[in-house]
Write a new protein. Structure first.
Length: 513
């Protein structure tokens, strides 16, 4: 009597379909194998299961258990592979036929129970149609999930884990202050904006003061950065900043790989709900933090750049960058900047002499301090006026939003009671309310425009103020601080002999009148 045919089961569940459990799929497949009779080995069934894996965004060839099943099939470990349905293989109309063809190539019969598919029937058209339908269903699921999240955002509800300082109200699904942690974001913004500390220093100080993340981990510059950039702290719920996209790529042999990427969405398409919950940070402080982040982000130094003028100094003779070298003489270390051309090929290729690093760094710091000292005496007063304007605009916007909400409610109440009014009176009242709603909307648009203009103008003054704070407390012995200030203030320095041509990143010649 021939040996029973070895059998295997493959099951997959994604995060969106936890209801269709691994256990349920395996159970159905085992029952199917049992019904096939004694010719099939139902006692020692090989089980392959991939959990929390998307069938659309994850390549079938990249799943650990599917790879193991392919290896075992190649080694003749089983001759029947059962799925609950085609969608468990995957939701990609291009990959599904390829993976099934691979199993068939190794002499494995493939069955999808719910779809009545059996590779013994050689009905490839049926399988192709099922794969297309499966991919379409995956897109529908993704669309439904996205739509549900969008509706939650419109209601001011929060999806996912709450930012530190907040917790999600289990009934309303909105954010509310978490008294145990709310002090942390307040300190982060206070230290970053008002004390002028960098994200690394903020994280270091939080750790020194005994603060930890919710998970009990130390703070890092990345976790501080996430707080500084999160508009939830000014009461906003923002949805639609990114969108999942599937990228397919083919190698020279025609094999396809795919990966999910998150594409950034234009800010004009974002869905922003104002005043969705209590703000822990005021808008003016948040705006100043964004301006500082933007000013620093435009000229971030590569992590390998250690010396203060790396990437800034340019040789005026040959146009090459100048690099920093270290030498030790009589047990004392010296730093100097040298032209890359001269360093590679000698003085015949470029005649620019070496420059003492400490001297040129001190000279540039002194130039920056002099430029900052030349700012008008009412410089900080200008910033205070802008802050006052932002507070005023915020209050006016709140009044208009409340008025708009009131008129919309009154309009809805009137509509419900329309049978109690004479038709002409009803129409006149509806038109009057419509005009009020439109007027409030126009006022909001105007006020938002004014706020954006103030924030835009404030970026320059905020950048100058931050430079002034850094320059005032700078210690020349601290190379990290020297590097941070020079990289923030200076675009390039062309060195020709003893002459320097300095291009600053900020415009010290602005008309402040």
């Amino acid at each position: 009597m021939p040996e029973p045919i070895k059998c295997a089961v493959y099951a997959r569940v994604s995060t969106d379909q936890q209801g269709d459990s691994i256990e349920n799929q395996v159970s159905q497949c085992k029952e199917y194998i049992a019904r096939l009779g004694p010719s099939y080995d139902g006692a020692e069934i090989m089980i392959y299961q991939d959990e929390a894996v998307s069938g659309y965004y994850t390549s079938v060839f990249d799943r650990a258990e599917m790879q193991r099943a392919i290896r075992d099939a190649k080694a003749n470990a089983f001759k029947l592979l059962v799925f609950k349905e085609v969608s468990r293989v995957g939701r990609d109309k291009q990959e599904n036929p390829a993976i099934i063809g691979m199993f068939e190539q190794y002499g494995v019969r493939v069955v999808a129970i719910n779809d009545n598919y059996d590779s013994l029937n050689k009905d490839n058209i049926t399988f192709d149609i099922l794969s297309v339908l499966s991919e379409q269903e995956s897109k529908k699921i993704s669309s439904r999930v996205s739509s549900a999240r969008r509706q939650k955002a419109k209601r001011g509800q929060w999806s996912g884990e709450a930012p530190i300082g907040y917790r999600v109200n289990p009934e309303t699904k909105t954010l509310e202050a978490d008294e145990g942690y709310r002090r942390i974001p307040e300190l982060v913004f206070e230290w970053y904006v008002r004390l002028g500390l960098g994200t690394f220093k903020v994280a270091e100080r939080l750790n020194q003061d005994g603060y930890r993340t919710r998970a009990g981990r130390p703070w890092t510059r990345e976790s501080v950065n996430r707080i500084l950039r999160n508009p939830a702290y000014i009461g906003q719920v923002v949805y639609g900043t990114r969108r999942n996209q599937l990228l397919r790529a083919y190698d020279d042999g025609g094999k396809m790989t795919k990966r999910k990427v998150q594409a950034r969405i234009d800010k004009r398409e974002w869905q922003i709900v104002e005043h969705a919950h209590e703000a822990l940070i005021d808008e003016e402080l948040f705006a100043r933090a964004q301006a500082i982040l933007a000013a620093r982000g435009h000229h971030r130094v590569p992590r390998r750049a250690y010396h203060p003028l790396t990437g800034i100094l340019v040789c005026g003779s040959c146009g090459e960058r100048m690099v920093c070298q270290r030498r030790t003489f009589r047990l004392k270390a010296y730093r100097y900047y040298i032209c890359k051309t001269y360093h590679k090929y000698g003085r015949l290729a470029c005649s620019q002499r070496n420059i003492n690093a400490e001297e040129i760094e001190a000279l540039l710091i002194d130039r920056i301090r002099r430029k900052l000292a030349s700012l008008p005496s009412d410089f900080f007063l200008i910033r205070m006026d802008s802050a006052a304007d932002l507070v005023r605009l915020h209050q006016e916007m709140l009044v208009q939003e409340q008025a708009q909400a009131k008129w919309k409610k009154d309009q809805m109440d009137l509509f419900r009671q329309r049978e109690l009014f004479v038709f002409d009176t009803y129409q006149q009242e509806m038109q009057r309310m419509k005009r009020r709603i439109e007027a409030a909307a126009e006022a909001l648009t105007r006020l938002r425009g004014q706020r954006e203009e103030i924030l835009k103008q404030g970026e320059e003054t905020t950048a100058f103020a931050h430079l002034a704070e850094e320059a005032a407390r700078l210690q020349m012995a601290d190379l990290a601080e020297v590097r941070a200030l020079l990289q923030e203030a200076v675009q390039s320095v062309k060195v020709t002999g003893n002459r320097l041509e300095i291009q600053y990143r900020v415009d010290f010649e602005l008309d402040w009148a």
